[in-house]
Design a protein. Structure first.
Length: 371
């Protein structure tokens, strides 16, 4: 059986750290906490779980902090988590089994990162990360913001998920506002060289702040640079499209979405659902139906590393198909698609309202058959 060191960087996490550690303390063999300047009770709480609490002066680099945390590990493998991450019960059991059975020749194990769930428990955003790495390989983190772990060698993909359950307190919110955005702004002001990855993530930060025109500029710089990860380039096209939609430039939005096919070569639900919505908003319902049907029939790749938004191939296109079929007069098909959406979101008030309306208009019983 392998041994595992947990390494974490924290700051003002007294309200979340215990929740995280309670889901993993019985699995790991060592807990290392690197505090980057807490002013609350984080240190005291951490010491109730481990005596391996260390201190580090923040340098505006997440990668540097993670590399420092890794230096304190002494076991065969390193697992890293953030304070607002947890392992759900099934994933705890999977990780225990992995610990018992992992071939020591494996250099890294990737796991899903379920970065948020909707109000009905569906995963909102999922991607893979190299999560359990062999300490002797001395893998290093890169990137000041949106850091990444440079991993190579014998890598296997697992079906274990780390679930991100962010909860903002007023204190935490005030300490985190604009940290990553400020890092990119400082790099820009200092005229530091941006990588393709930097342009992509700076574009994301700008888009989230509503600076759509400048975000488009950054996405274009990413694409023009030409040496970025192809998955980032795909999502740069998607990000551009979202910005153009916000600017009410629907033709440019559509062009950016079709440009995304240049990089994936096969359709992705994140693009197809957006194309459907573009046509739907212009009342081109048959065109919208085509693209929503494509999206709903695409199956997720379990080995995909880049961002995956499961809603775009599950409940969302089916809900929009319900609307579009209704607009074309096909109420039976509209009902069927609404039922498919309800399978993913059984408490959704919009879906339930659609169900009631369609059952009334079609003369159906609550079970969906003719009275």
């Amino acid at each position: 059986m392998i041994t595992i060191s947990l390494c974490m960087i924290v700051k003002n996490e007294e309200k979340l750290l215990g929740r995280c550690l309670d889901t993993v303390k019985h699995i790991v063999d060592e807990i290392n906490i690197l505090d980057t300047g807490s002013t609350d009770g984080t240190e005291e709480l951490a010491r109730t779980y481990t005596d391996r609490v260390f201190f580090y002066k923040w340098t505006d680099s997440y990668a540097a902090a993670r590399n420092e945390a890794f230096k304190h590990a002494t076991k065969e493998y390193i697992l890293y988590l953030d304070a607002d991450d947890v392992l759900l019960k099934d994933d705890q059991e999977k990780l225990l089994k992995l610990k018992e059975t992992l071939d020591p020749s494996v250099d890294s194990v990737s796991m899903y990162y379920d970065n948020g769930v909707d109000d009905e428990g569906n995963v909102a955003l999922r991607y893979r990360r190299n999560r359990l790495v062999k300490r002797s390989k001395n893998f290093l983190w890169g990137g000041d913001a949106h850091e990444y772990l440079n991993v190579f060698g014998n890598i296997i993909n697992s079906d274990i998920s780390i679930t991100h359950k962010k909860e903002f307190t007023p204190e935490k919110a005030s300490s985190n506002v604009g940290v990553i955005y400020s890092i990119f702004q400082q790099k820009e002001e200092n005229e530091e060289e941006f990588s393709a990855r930097d342009y992509f993530y700076y574009g994301n930060e700008l888009r989230e702040k509503g600076k759509f025109e400048k975000a488009i500029e950054q996405y274009n710089l990413h694409i023009k640079k030409g040496d970025g990860w192809i998955e980032d380039t795909f999502h740069a096209c998607i990000g551009k499209a979202d910005c153009y939609r916000a600017l009410n430039q629907v033709d440019e939005e559509l062009k950016a979405l079709f440009d995304s096919f240049l990089y994936t070569r096969t359709p992705r639900p994140e693009a197809c659902s957006r194309i459907g919505y573009n046509y739907q908003t212009r009342a081109f319902y048959l065109d919208a139906i085509y693209w929503y049907e494509v999206s709903a029939n695409l199956k997720p790749d379990p080995d995909q590393w880049s961002f995956s938004y499961p809603a775009y191939s599950t409940w969302y296109p089916n809900l929009q198909l319900c609307v579009c079929y209704y607009r074309t007069g096909d109420k039976q098909k509209s009902y069927e698609k609404n039922e498919l959406a309800r399978g993913y979101r059984p408490k959704d008030t919009t879906i339930l309202a659609n169900k009631k309306l369609l059952e009334t208009e079609l003369g159906l019983t609550k079970e969906g058959s003719k009275e």
